[in-house]
Design a protein around this ligand. Structure first.
Ligand SMILES: Nc1ncnc2c1ncn2[C@@H]1O[C@H](COP(=O)(O)OP(=O)(O)OP(=O)(O)O)[C@@H](O)[C@H]1O
Ligand SMILES: [Mg+2]
Length: 311
């Protein structure tokens, strides 16, 4: 079973209006509400790939209840720690071809809740074969919290894929117990190393050779429509994808993490792992719904991904 972690889930609300009026009343006819959060997208795509998954993290209040209800309705097994404060709403107002977002930062966790989740997490690891950790940390938890989770997992011999950014990612990387895989995009990679990744292949190769990445098995740098650049052990790969008709790219990185997790969990060969990760990313971009792939199209796209080893 793959354990997919989301520490700051949300209910994502979309309000479509013809014209957005400032300092006035805006009435909305059709409201769409979905359970959101990067780790939830990962869990959904894993389930669509017919791999066993368990969605975990922390949530609270009636918004938390709504998230659980949504996961249950879509048959995603879940086991979250209930916290005292209410989970967050994230609002997107869709107007005049634009999207104005109002994002709550979410609940603050107490120290006790932070400790309680680590205990719960350790328990859930018993039946897990691989772990994914996605997105930002909620307020109240230290920036080295993911590092602790990686350490606990490693001590139990469970590989972890981390898809986070900023300080919480940095904290994971500067620790001796490294994650099994990370999947930054180019912006996150630049931020991490403190310089721009306008990069040609040689630059990317050099960047992934950085001290901070030592001991990480898989470094998958996703590059949107340009595919990915990858370091696996001491080998480097450029992965290219076909030009496709994009409908909604939001959550493609999450779908890529899901594909990576499933392929690694199935012990696939290097080329197949990379092709799978790119395929699930692409399949997410051609759907309107975030964190949804049509698995029937898998083979068609998989066959179009090219993996080239770089010397
Ligand atoms: N415009 C696109 N055309 C084709 N494939 C895409 C496109 N955008 C994303 N993908 C696919 O999805 C993968 C991940 O996308 P991307 O690099 O944008 O991740 P990300 O920035 O982490 O996204 P997220 O918003 O989910 O965090 C890409 O490597 C590619 O396979
Ligand atoms: Mg991402």
């Amino acid at each position: 079973m793959i354990l997919a972690v989301t520490m700051n889930p949300s209910v994502d609300i979309s309000y479509p209006v013809d014209r957005f009026k400032f300092d006035d009343v805006n009435r909305v006819e059709t409201v769409r509400k979905t359970a959101g959060g990067k780790g939830l997208n990962v869990a959904r795509v894993i389930a669509q790939m017919e791999e066993e998954v368990l969605s975990t993290g922390v949530l609270g209040g009636t918004i938390g209840d709504y998230i659980v209800q949504e996961l249950n309705q879509s048959n995603i097994p879940n086991d979250f720690l209930k916290i005292k404060n209410e989970s967050r709403n994230c609002i997107a107002i869709i107007h005049e071809g634009m999207q104005t977002e109002i994002l709550e930062s979410g609940p603050t966790l107490s120290k006790e809740e932070g400790t309680a989740f680590l205990e719960k997490f350790e328990g859930l690891l018993t039946t897990a074969s691989l772990v994914t950790i996605s997105g930002s940390l909620p307020k109240g938890l230290p920036t080295h919290y993911y590092r602790k989770m990686v350490e606990i997992s490693r001590n139990k011999g469970k590989p972890v894929i981390v898809d986070s950014s900023g300080e919480s990612l940095k904290q994971v990387l500067i620790h001796e117990k490294k994650p099994f895989a990370i999947k930054p995009n180019t912006a996150e990679l630049s931020q991490l190393l403190g310089f721009k990744a306008e990069a040609g292949i040689m630059d990317l190769k050099q960047m992934l050779n950085h001290e901070i990445f030592k001991g990480i098995e898989w470094l998958v740098v996703s590059m949107g429509d340009k595919g990915a650049f990858v370091r696996h052990g001491d080998d480097y790969y450029q992965v290219t994808i076909p030009k496709i008709e994009v409908v909604n790219p939001v959550g493609s990185g999450d779908a890529t993490v899901a594909g990576l997790a499933v392929a690694l969990n199935r012990n696939q060969a290097v080329e197949s792992v990379l092709k799978t990760a790119m395929t699930t990313g692409m399949l997410n971009t051609i759907e309107a719904v975030t964190g949804f792939i049509d698995i029937n199209k898998f083979k068609q796209y998989f066959d179009l991904v090219k993996v080239e080893k770089i010397d």
